[in-house]
Design a protein around this ligand. Structure first.
Ligand SMILES: NC(=O)C1=CN([C@@H]2O[C@H](COP(=O)(O)OP(=O)(O)OC[C@H]3O[C@@H](n4cnc5c(N)ncnc54)[C@H](OP(=O)(O)O)[C@@H]3O)[C@@H](O)[C@H]2O)C=CC1
Ligand SMILES: Nc1nc(O)c(N)c(N[C@@H]2O[C@H](COP(=O)(O)O)[C@@H](O)[C@H]2O)n1
Length: 276
């Protein structure tokens, strides 16, 4: 019997996903690879929306694909989200598959490390934030915060008190006032912390950046849950900036080795960027 609150994702459903997961060797090697295996994974509507509007959490995955997402979480060292998602969703960012640590398993075995990309320190977390509370209860790992500026002392202490960490990275200040980090530097930083695989869940800005030609080569695999619903205009859209070559529009990016897996009422699209 599954432990309390745990999700079940059985072996026959796991098998078709396995070729898109980080290589098993990445969790056994002595030396971490120079950059982690990056799996880009999210749930979208038929009109390519992640949520009804910015700042709003929207349930798209059905129970079967939700269990799949948690299986994927169990296979990665870290889960990364942008601060927009942390603020909108107050996410748990742990793995609730039956048998992992905190859900019938030992210690924190199988729990990924939550990582929040928050250059300006906008995320106002506290002891009641789900992922902080879960870390305290030993049902998830404590989050790491990637910042561009010095982190407030109170926030740093709160994170460190549950086993979290603040990582400061260089960023270029844009005219918009945004502090932009280079995704290659983010990946190198995670590798230096011993992270061998990272599952990037969103939100819109993060996904659209990684789908752009500048960064698509960093992506090892893409696993998208497509739910049979339309959310309508003004949602948070997966739609990277358009691309031109010789004055003509061309596709931005494309997957190969594609597999479509029906799961409950959803379908899961797996693929790899060209060349990866
Ligand atoms: N359906 C799904 O699977 C998912 C849905 N969502 C939804 O997505 C929405 C949130 O998406 P969105 O608003 O786009 O926010 P994001 O979660 O994508 O966070 C965006 C912010 O992250 C920071 N950031 C992103 N890229 C960089 C970079 N290269 N360097 C430095 N900082 C960076 C910036 O912070 P700053 O502004 O401080 O500079 C940016 O504004 C929510 O509604 C959430 O519910 C989220 C995840 C999955
Ligand atoms: N796979 C998936 N399906 C959906 O319908 C979603 N809304 C999301 N969102 C992502 O999952 C995070 C919430 O996770 P917890 O259950 O709180 O652990 C959220 O922050 C998004 O990253 N994903």
């Amino acid at each position: 019997m599954a432990s309390r609150g745990a999700l079940v994702f059985l072996q026959p459903s796991r098998l078709p996903l396995d070729p898109y997961l980080p290589p098993a060797s990445t969790s056994q090697q002595q030396q971490p690879p120079p950059k982690p295996h990056l799996t880009l994974t999210f749930a979208t509507s038929l009109d390519s929306n992640l949520s009804l509007s910015p700042g709003v959490q929207t349930v798209l995955s059905g129970p079967e694909s939700k269990a799949m997402t948690h299986y994927l979480r169990s296979k990665h060292d870290a889960i990364l989200i942008g601060v927009g998602t942390a603020i909108a969703d107050n996410p748990s960012l742990n793995c609730r598959i039956d048998g992992v640590g905190g859900y019938g398993g030992e210690g924190l075995e199988g729990q990924p490390r939550p990582v929040v990309l928050d250059p300006k320190g906008r995320w106002e977390f506290g002891p009641e934030s789900k992922c902080i509370a879960l870390a305290r209860e030993e049902r998830g790992k404590a989050p790491w915060l990637i910042v561009a500026r010095e982190c407030e002392e109170g926030k740093r202490k709160m994170l460190e008190s549950v086993g979290g960490r603040v990582l400061q990275l260089p960023a270029s200040e844009q005219e918009s006032g945004r502090y932009a980090m280079d995704w290659r530097e983010i990946m190198v930083c995670l590798a230096e912390q011993g992270v061998r695989s990272v599952m990037v869940e969103g939100g819109g800005s993060v996904i659209n950046e990684l789908l752009s030609p500048k960064y698509f080569d960093l992506v090892g695999s893409v696993i998208v849950t497509i739910a049979p619903t339309w959310l309508g205009k003004d949602g948070v859209q997966v739609c990277p900036d358009a691309r031109e070559e010789g004055g003509k529009r061309i596709p931005v990016s494309r997957l190969r080795d594609v597999k479509w897996i029906p799961l409950g009422e959803d379908v899961v699209l797996c693929g790899r960027p060209n060349g990866n």
